[in-house]
Design a protein around this ligand. Structure first.
Ligand SMILES: NC(=O)c1ccc[n+]([C@@H]2O[C@H](COP(=O)([O-])OP(=O)(O)OC[C@H]3O[C@@H](n4cnc5c(N)ncnc54)[C@H](OP(=O)(O)O)[C@@H]3O)[C@@H](O)[C@H]2O)c1
Length: 254
């Protein structure tokens, strides 16, 4: 029988200092996991590690940019050195540059694709040997409703998230025999630093809420709860799916 906890699980959360990533770090730690989290800002990484160490023993932060091959090697080195085995990889780090399609420079759209789409692929393949060793492992890719619908995020963001949803399906099928489940979590608007400015605009916020059957945006903890479930052995028969956490948005035609 599996239990509703993450005891003895080693989990990597990218983009763990803020928003959905931070809520996931805390949720996994509170259920007994050992957690490694990453983000680019070293001061924020160190500050969060210190804050969490007051409550949890097994937490480590590493300053690393997921789109940088050297930084990805740094993450792999820490995991192989300290854990050998990785039970769950949460590819959460993501950015957006919101513009009209014709206004993007090549550098801008390449950056969105490099962080949101290609880095999860690179990290999943780089860490495959550590995930395979776990025998029961889980990759959770954090995409967005914007990967399925136009929600005015700008096309590169939508493209990156649509690609990530399909990446999960392909790897789920290919790696099932290695005991690695792969799922996507697709949030709708969630209160985090990423959406702070947009949600501060009353007109935009009421437009979003009017289309959302639950009549509010999500809290980061509500998305983290689904990610956390997918990391558990309780989700052992779930793979290749896109878990849409949207307050009913995509069920609502009118
Ligand atoms: N909030 C929403 O409404 C919403 C809706 C749908 C989907 N999502 C997706 O959910 C995920 C988390 O979003 P969020 O709202 O929690 O974002 P957030 O508040 O902006 O936090 C993003 C986190 O990722 C880190 N990060 C960004 N780029 C990185 C990189 N290249 N390498 C490593 N870490 C990086 C950030 O730290 P540093 O800046 O220090 O690196 C931060 O810790 C993203 O993939 C986003 O696309 C969010």
């Amino acid at each position: 029988m599996t239990s509703w906890d993450l005891n003895n699980k080693n989990i990597l959360v990218t983009g763990g200092t803020k928003g959905i990533g931070k809520a996931t770090v805390v949720s996994c730690l509170s259920l007994g996991a050992k957690v490694l989290f990453t983000a680019r800002n070293e001061v924020e990484v160190n500050a969060l590690e210190q804050e969490l160490k007051a409550t949890y023993t097994h937490v480590k932060g590493i300053a690393a940019d997921v789109s940088d091959p050297t930084d990805r090697e740094k993450i792999k080195h820490w995991i192989t050195d300290q854990w050998e085995v990785l039970h769950a990889l949460v590819n959460n780090a993501g950015i957006n540059i919101r513009k009209a399609t014709l206004a993007y420079t090549e550098e801008e759209y390449q950056k969105v694709l490099a962080i949101n789409l290609l880095a999860p692929f690179e990290l999943s393949t780089l860490l495959y040997p550590c995930l395979e060793k776990a025998e029961q492992a889980s990759i959770i890719n954090v995409a967005s409703v914007a990967g399925s619908l136009d929600v005015r995020t700008g096309s590169p963001y939508g493209m990156s998230k649509a690609g990530l949803i399909q990446q999960s399906r392909n790897l789920a099928v290919e790696w099932a025999s290695a005991g690695i489940r792969v799922n996507t979590v697709s949030p709708w608007f969630t209160t985090t630093p990423l959406t702070q400015n947009l949600l501060a605009n009353d007109e935009k916020k009421s437009n979003i809420i009017a289309r959302t059957p639950l009549q509010r945006v999500a809290e980061a903890e509500e998305v983290a709860a689904v990610i956390t479930f997918l990391a558990m052995d309780k989700a052992s028969y779930v793979t290749g799916q896109n878990w849409i956490v949207d307050g009913g948005l995509t069920a609502n035609a009118l």
